[in-house]
Design a protein around this ligand. Structure first.
Ligand code: ZN
Length: 84
């Protein structure tokens, strides 16, 4: 699984709405990818907040895009740090 896919599936992963295969792929990816673990954590927190306020059950597409932008920024930063 790629980071792009993880970001796409992350809310379903949290909700256990993924097929066994996808969920397994997500777990494997999360085990090796720190950036996606950060995405998972912030998405989880965001979902909790949304539900507390009773606003929405799903993450708005817009917010998902913002998450993905954060992820890309994190990658860019990491690549800079690893400049060899
Ligand atoms: Zn990743």
């Amino acid at each position: 699984m790629k980071c792009e896919e993880l970001v796409e599936y992350v809310s379903d992963y949290i909700d256990n709405n993924l097929s066994e295969e996808l969920s397994e792929a997500a777990r494997e990816h999360l085990a090796t990818c720190e950036n996606c673990r950060i995405v998972l954590n912030s998405t989880q927190q965001m979902i909790l907040l949304y539900r507390e306020h009773g606003k929405a059950q799903r993450i708005p597409k817009q917010r998902q895009q913002a998450l993905y932008d954060e992820l890309s920024a994190a990658f860019a930063k990491r690549n800079l740090n690893q400049d060899k």
